[in-house]
Design a protein around this ligand. Sequence first.
Ligand code: NAG
Length: 453
Amino acid sequence: MHRSALVALSTLAVAYAQQVGTQTAEVHPPLTWQTCTAPGSCTTNNGKVVLDANWRWLHTTDGYTNCYTGNTWDASLCPDAETCAANCALDGADYTGTYGVTATGSSLKLNFVTNGANKNVGSRLYLMDTDTSYHMFKPLNQEFTFDVDVSTLPCGLNGALYFSEMDADGGMARFPTNKAGAKYGTGYCDSQCPRDLKFINGMANVEGWTPDSNSANSGTGNMGSCCSEMDVWEANSMDAAYTPHPCSTDGQTECTDDQCTGGTTGLCDPAGCDFNSFRMGDETFYGSGLTVDTTQPFTVVTQFLTSDNTTSGTLSEIRRLYVQNGQVIQNSKTSVAGLDAYDSITDDFCSAQKTAFGDDNLFAAQGGLQQMGASFAKGVVLVLSIWDDYAANMLWLDSDYPTDADASSPGVHRGNCATTSGVPADVESSAANAYVTYSNIKVGPIGSTFTSS
Ligand SMILES: *[C@@H]1O[C@H](CO)[C@@H](O)[C@H](O)[C@H]1NC(C)=O
């Protein structure tokens, strides 16, 4: 970082950072959610959601010339990270018209493809307390519950609800060149250390930017943005997984080169320790007309247990329940050669699963559940999204993966989707009208957020 250059620039121009545009007023859609103390005893919080910065129009601070068009930066406005941050502003979002995002009461609907002035694919939003700060959840010894409708999500799509250890203000305090902050959805990070973000730590990711060969809108730069991530829910109508992904970092951390990838040089566990009922051997538990029937909405309950049953304890187990039509459905049990009948995520489960599937246990190497829990203790941001997968066609969730492995070897067969499914160009056309709805978000002590009839 060459902050001295930035300081010099500031004497020449009033505006000198990742800026805010004023073409569209930024109005955060309101979304209510609840804090519970006992079943049926909950109070309502008036939250809001904000669209991630990467989806927003990025234009000159003094006009409306694009800084980024398609998947390419404007070379004169963005010759380097600092100049680009000085020249370019993020604008407000037309949530429904441009991005297909609609909030109603406690319900948030995210459309997959929206054909406004431009074609928009997917979205990623964060739950806020105020117009300038994300809500920070502390899930230790807590239960987190929501309703979901995945009925229109085919192979290749992912309606994902998860926690990332982002800064509450989107990074504004730590990175003063970021003038947009949480109000404009900045500061994203996750355990894949994404390098497709246009801004990281208040700097444009222009150095090394390479447009994606298969995407008209995205590319990757030299910088990535890492942090611990808890995938509470990654699902379509065929498959669902929940997956802790610890990082060795403390909060959102910029990476470069080998630090951004998995493996021994990486800062994170990008594969995570997943519990996908189908992959774990119960192929008739989750799907159309199955025990959890994905043709109808249902409730997803996730319990973050600690070793001493306190909110300051060590994360020891992540349990899952479903509720559908008034019936509580216990999680499926693993049925895999060499594995006991686990129905939750513990460090023992992760170790046994990695051994049975012949995978490296990077989860343990990055600190396992204890490190995931350390992230929860600091506070994590709720992310709500819908996406398709330009890297791996979502086959890691719903098909045979890796595709060159023998589908009969343990852990490879993850769902009934074809290995040819999930190609973004295909699903963006065939499933353009797909959507996910998240509603009735509740948090509270174990056992407080759901009832059965
Ligand atoms: C924590 O709670 C569980 C379930 O109620 C109980 O079985 C366990 O003994 C408790 N552990 C401690 C350390 O109190």
